[in-house]
Design a binder for this molecule. Sequence first.
Ligand code: C2E
Ligand code: MG
Ligand code: MG
Length: 524
Amino acid sequence: MEEKYSGFYLFLNLVLIVLFGVSLFTIKLTTFNIVIFSIVLIVQVGLAAYIKFLHQDIMKKLVDTEKNLMVSEREIKHKTYFDEITKLPNERYLLDKIEENLHVNPYDKAVLVFEIDRLASIKSSLGSVYSDCLLRKVAQRLQDQLSDQLIIGKLRDDQFVILIDHYESRDDILKFCKQLQKIMETPFEIQYFSLNNSLNIGISFYPKDAESELDLIKFAQIAAYEARNTQEHILFYETSMSDVRTERVTLENDLFNALKNNELFLEYQPQVDTMTGEIISMEALVRWRHPKRGLVSPGEFIPVAEESGLINPIGKWVLETACYQTKKLQDKIDRPIQIAVNLSLCQLFQGDFVQTVQQILEKTELSPQSLQLELTESMTMNTDHLTPILHDLKSLGVSLAVDDFGTGYSSLSYLRDLPIDCLKIDCSFVKNIQQDTSNEPIVDMIISMAKHLNLKVVAEGVEEITQFNYLMKSKCDFIQGYLFSRPISIEQIFDTLCNLQHIAKEMIQSLQEDLTHEAVRKSL
Ligand code: C2E
Ligand code: MG
Ligand code: MG
């Protein structure tokens, strides 16, 4: 377009120069005319040059944009099909590749899944920097020492997969598996550590065990899991392998997709102040709506997530969503409300956990004082490792609570050593208040201990007015339970907040009146 214009201007200039020359010879031009004529000519030439410059600039920008698009496209493709840590093809790529291979070349094949035995414990003891480095080194060694004809890929976490296109017998495969174990025998040097690791290998055959690429991988995963308990750590898939394991691997795989497919969501349970009836805090509880099984309870899937390492991305999602939704709620009700989020041990041992919390708080604009992190008592056994992390979290301004207090008792000294703000009395102690009086001294003891240590106390699982009455009299600070509300969506929290507070206040008032009457009766 601009090229056309600049051509047009050049042509116009030529015409003007010719006209100028002709007029010089034919008519007698005044100085004024010559000046005007020259100005017009200069402007024309200037315009033509400017348009040419514009054109070149636009063309350069277009070429740059095209180049950037190509780079982004390449990056997206790489992220979709390659594992970020090892740079090996990922599960999606492998599924496509195996499917393609089955169509083109439908002969007997074997799928090998192998897992690095101690990766999870390396991750929790040394941190993800070491475990990621180990994964990279394993991938490198595989690529260096195995034939490049083999399709090698990375499944999630600690699992790798190899597709063997042609094999003569099961013995061939067995030999190959042993070779694989040998390759991994030499320890991996990572900074100051020399890490040994062993492999658990599971094998499934096409078409004997399964005909679909998904089942082939799943069955090899089941066999790899079972291989942990064998002497050779190598196992061929058998249909007789326990259904429980199949269910577990299926659940693990489904959970892996749950985050991607938005199947997880949060519910919130209010915590009522026993003095004022105000709701100034709530707990976030994760829920999973499974496409086939319906709602799966966290009691069932959190342990699976913890064992498979999926708890880290899930925990991060929970934290971010809870902070984001709480901030929105605060903006709507125009006052602070604290959110308590449950943590798992592996999350705390991620090298960058404190940084992640800080980034989430900054991103969601939730004030650190509005976030409480819930630990369980069993975590506190690891005091040496935990103390600096908890102090760093505290210096962000976040508060810390011990969940299910009283169930995982080891040594109470952690209450003195760790920067804890709050104890949550476990449901099991609250459940029997006033039915089985043997629990009451425990509840009283926890409350009194907390008061001495200057800690807040929340009682969980309060279902009965009698329990509330007792806890109120014992000066428990907050209660949480079905008596006031089950865990509900954030929208429902917003809709019912005033109503819930109103009910709580009325309940507290009537209980206090009863208390006064009782006191008066006693004094008479
Ligand atoms: P928790 O953190 O101790 O949560 C309290 C549990 O008690 C919740 O079960 C809640 O629904 C239930 N509850 C509350 N009030 C009552 C009541 O009055 N009566 C009875 N019978 N139960 C009550 P839920 O939601 O099934 O969660 C179970 C556990 O799963 C949680 O126990 C927590 O340990 C874990 N969990 C839940 N969400 C997360 C999460 O985002 N991350 C991690 N790591 N764990 C989570
Ligand atoms: Mg909790
Ligand atoms: Mg609890």
